[in-house]
Design a protein around this ligand. Structure first.
Ligand SMILES: CC(C)(COP(=O)(O)OP(=O)(O)OC[C@H]1O[C@@H](n2cnc3c(N)ncnc32)[C@H](O)[C@@H]1OP(=O)(O)O)[C@@H](O)C(=O)NCCC(=O)NCCS
Length: 170
């Protein structure tokens, strides 16, 4: 299986914050940001595997600073690590105050994508080669995150066995 440089999976997206994007506190609605994150991350994953890539999980979205209508919101994503058939994508969200130019990391997220073959089953994905300090740091720490995900997935499966599929009105 071929390898690709992390940078070959890198994507950028810059957007304004419109009135329809904000919540009652006049900051970017969390669901809107999560949609941006999943959107850009899926493109990074596709750039690596070049087959249909589906989101298997999102570890978390850490909202570190609010994003306001006077800010721009920039997202950067890349595949930070791969397993055998899974891809870890890192997304960094930067908010820039358009009046002052001040920038802050507003949110970060790790997502896992799986590339599907023609039978809709997971298939092996190319490896990534980290080059920058940021890429190397994320690559070196990925095995631990993968193990945490494995444990959480097992717990989710066990938990699902207890949940009902019955609707409240039935
Ligand atoms: C994601 C999905 C394809 C996994 O299929 P599966 O047959 O259960 O996958 P496997 O158990 O064989 O695992 C394949 C790889 O994905 C990883 N993986 C699967 N589910 C995962 C999860 N929830 N979180 C993290 N990694 C996961 C496995 O660890 C494995 O990685 P590795 O090969 O690098 O070790 C399947 O659960 C699915 O279709 N889910 C719905 C996806 C979806 O609808 N997404 C939203 C819209 S895009």
């Amino acid at each position: 299986m071929e390898s690709k440089r992390v940078t070959e999976t890198r994507c950028f997206k810059v957007a304004r914050v419109f009135p329809t994007d904000v919540n009652n506190h006049n900051t970017l609605f969390g669901g809107r940001l999560m949609s941006h994150i999943d959107d850009i991350a899926s493109i990074s994953a596709s750039k690596l595997c070049r087959v249909t890539a589906v989101t298997a999980s999102t570890d978390s979205v850490d909202f570190l600073h609010p994003i306001r209508p006077t800010d721009s919101v920039s997202l950067e994503s890349f595949v930070s690590w791969t397993g055998t058939r899974s891809m870890e994508v890192f997304v960094k969200v930067i908010r820039e105050d358009l009046r002052t130019g001040e920038r802050r990391i507003a949110a970060t997220s790790f997502l896992t994508f799986v590339g599907l073959g023609e039978d809709n089953k997971p298939i092996p994905v190319p490896r990534v080669i980290p080059e920058t300090e940021e890429e190397k740091k994320l690559f070196e720490t990925a095995a631990h995150r993968k193990e945490m995900r494995r444990i959480r997935r097992e717990e989710s499966k066990k938990f699902a066995d207890y949940l009902l599929t019955k609707y409240p009105w039935e």
